[in-house]
Write a protein that binds this ligand. Structure first.
Ligand code: ADP
Ligand code: MG
Length: 349
């Protein structure tokens, strides 16, 4: 992926706090859920940015803000240089058309009472300018074909399809308006392992065919490996490490990334024998009560006094020369970032 490609999405200081209230009649704010707590990244044209992190770390909240289903508490999301969080009315609608979402669970995200034709064609009801009424059926049939489904099945209902086929329907709906960006929120997590690769391969092919840029969310590093150009690792509402996929997988510097990688299944027995399994202490803290300083410190084997006091910034660590052009350069938010090869990503020749 050319590093110089145009920035299509620029996310800066993105925050979403949900107020936590008590009482029914006199609702009193007693705190907040810090679902997303300062996220920065750039998505370039034609690239796939994988976002990975455990359940509850704020991935879906980021996704919903990217497609404008939700407004950030603070922060900006620039689409081709324009902050979409400040748009409304027509301007917002026009931008929304270009940034579409594919949802996690194809079993619950497709209305069971609608035919696949109506499901895939639904975006045309919201954006009638995208396709004249007379063309819509043909367009939907083309979309079915593009995602590998039989165009003659246009009048069937979701329950007549398998999980993988349903996610293809969800993807076809995402493509209907010919968007530039697709935010896929764990698109394969609800599918059988055997079907996951097929759906990922389809998305890979569609990316080239339709010149798409992807934000591809998963809770597991192994899922995004093959589709991502860059990967960002999230923990408790923040990105802790982000960079080109080979840097993240082969030269992880944040202890949390190292722990996640140590849990990824390794098919190669030789590599498996050499890997070190990192077991983290305790559970993820509640987003209503985020630790001071480095939010990962309560589970980190490297934590020291400084970690409780100083929030680490996401930057190229000093041991990589602090030089953003260095060979293994990528950003890590750890005061004690250092390389640790957890798993040899590819078996030795
Ligand atoms: N509408 C909401 N109101 C209150 N808390 C929420 C809301 N949506 C999400 N959260 C909380 O925000 C945190 C992040 O959630 P989410 O973005 O769904 O994480 P993920 O997708 O990574 O599993 C969780 O603790 C979740 O309970
Ligand atoms: Mg989620």
């Amino acid at each position: 992926m050319a590093e110089e490609a145009e920035a299509i999405l620029e996310v800066r200081g993105l925050v979403k706090h949900y107020p936590l209230t008590q009482g029914v009649l006199f609702r009193k704010e007693v705190g907040s859920v810090k679902a997303v707590d300062g996220v920065d990244f750039t998505l370039r044209r034609g690239e796939t940015l994988g976002i990975v992190g455990e359940s509850g770390c704020g991935k879906s909240t980021v996704a919903r803000m990217l497609v404008n289903l939700e407004r950030p508490t603070v922060g900006s999301i620039k689409y081709k240089g324009e902050d979409i969080t400040r748009l409304s009315g027509r301007a917002l609608k026009a931008v929304r058309r270009n940034i579409q979402m594919v949802f996690q669970d194809p079993y619950t995200s497709l209305n069971p009472r609608m035919t696949v034709g109506d499901i895939i064609g639904e975006p045309y009801e919201i954006h009638p300018e995208a396709a004249p009424k007379g063309d819509r059926r043909k367009k939907v049939q083309e979309l079915l074909d593009v995602v590998g489904l039989n165009p003659e099945h246009i009048n069937r209902y979701p329950h007549q399809f398998s999980g993988g086929q349903r996610q293809r329907i969800g993807i076809a709906r995402g493509l209907a308006l010919r968007p530039e960006v697709i935010v896929a929120d764990e698109p394969v997590s609800a599918l059988d392992v055997s079907v996951q690769a097929q759906v990922i391969n389809l998305m890979d092919r569609l990316q080239n065919e339709f010149d798409l840029s992807y934000v591809f969310i998963a809770h597991d590093l192994s899922i995004v490996r093959h589709i991502s150009d860059r990967v960002g690792v999230m923990y408790l509402g923040r990105i802790v490490e982000i960079g080109r996929d080979a840097e993240i997988y082969d030269h992880p510097t944040h202890p949390y990334t190292q722990a996640l990688l140590s849990a990824v299944p390794v098919p190669d027995p030789e590599a498996r024998a050499h890997r070190e399994r990192i077991i983290l202490a305790g559970d993820v803290p509640s987003p209503t009560n985020v630790p001071s300083g480095c939010r990962f410190r309560t589970r980190c084997w490297k934590a020291q006094e400084r970690c409780a006091q100083e929030v680490p910034t996401l930057a190229v660590p000093p041991h990589l020369g602090g030089d953003p052009t260095g060979p293994a350069a990528h950003d890590s938010a750890c005061h004690f970032a250092e390389e640790k090869q957890v798993v040899r990503a590819e078996p030795r020749p």
